[in-house]
Design a protein around this ligand. Structure first.
Ligand SMILES: [Zn+2]
Length: 171
C-alpha cells in the first residue's frame, strides 16, 4: 500500500510539473510577436540616425521635398532603412510631385509591406510599414496615375537604395 501511495504522489508531482511547464509555454506565446525582427527602442536608437528613428519608429513624416530619394531616379532597389529588406524597385517609382518618393507597387507577393488603418490627425488613411521590422514607411493611396492606381507615398528616411549596374531589374 505504501508503494502505491508513493507512486500516486509521484504521479501528482509530475502532473503538476508538466502543467507548470505547459502554462509557462502558453504565457510565452502570449508575448506580442509583431514582427520577426524585434529590437528594443534603445537598439533602434543605436542603429538609426535620430531623423530615421523619428520616422521609422515614431511614425514621423519628413518635410515634403526634403528627402534624398524624392527626385532620385537611378535604377535599382529601394530597401527598408531599418532591416534592409528590398521593398520597391526603381521601375515602380514615379514622379508624383507630392514631395515624397512614390511607388505604384511593391516587390514580392504583397508580403513585404503591411497595410494598417490609420485614423490619426482626423484623417482616414492606410499606413504602410515594413512587414519584417515594423518600420513606418508612409501611407498608401488609391489615386495613383499608373495602371495599378496605387500610390505608395514613402519617406526617404525610411529607405535605403541599392543601385543596379545592368538592366536586370525584376518586379
Ligand atoms: Zn524593415
Amino acid at each position: 500500500m505504501k508503494k502505491s501511495a508513493f507512486i500516486l504522489i509521484l504521479a501528482v508531482y509530475f502532473n503538476a510539473v508538466s502543467c507548470q511547464t505547459s502554462s509557462e509555454k502558453k504565457s510565452e506565446t502570449k508575448k506580442p510577436m509583431e514582427t520577426s525582427y524585434n529590437k528594443s527602442d534603445a537598439e533602434w536608437q543605436k542603429l538609426l540616425s535620430p531623423e530615421q528613428y523619428e520616422v521609422l519608429r515614431k511614425k514621423g513624416t519628413e518635410r515634403p521635398g526634403t528627402g534624398i530619394y524624392n527626385n532620385h531616379f537611378k535604377k535599382g532597389f529601394y530597401t527598408c532603412a531599418g532591416c534592409g529588406t528590398e521593398l520597391f524597385s526603381s521601375e515602380q517609382k514615379f514622379d508624383s510631385h507630392c514631395g515624397w518618393p512614390s511607388f505604384d507597387g511593391e516587390l514580392g507577393g504583397g508580403d513585404r509591406v503591411r497595410k494598417i488603418a490609420d485614423y490619426s490627425h482626423g484623417m482616414i488613411r492606410t499606413e504602410i510599414v515594413c512587414a519584417k521590422c515594423g518600420g513606418h514607411l508612409g501611407h498608401i493611396f488609391d489615386d495613383g496615375p499608373t495602371a495599378t492606381g496605387q500610390r505608395y507615398c514613402v519617406n526617404s528616411l525610411s529607405l535605403g537604395f541599392k543601385e543596379t549596374v545592368n538592366d536586370s531589374i525584376q518586379k
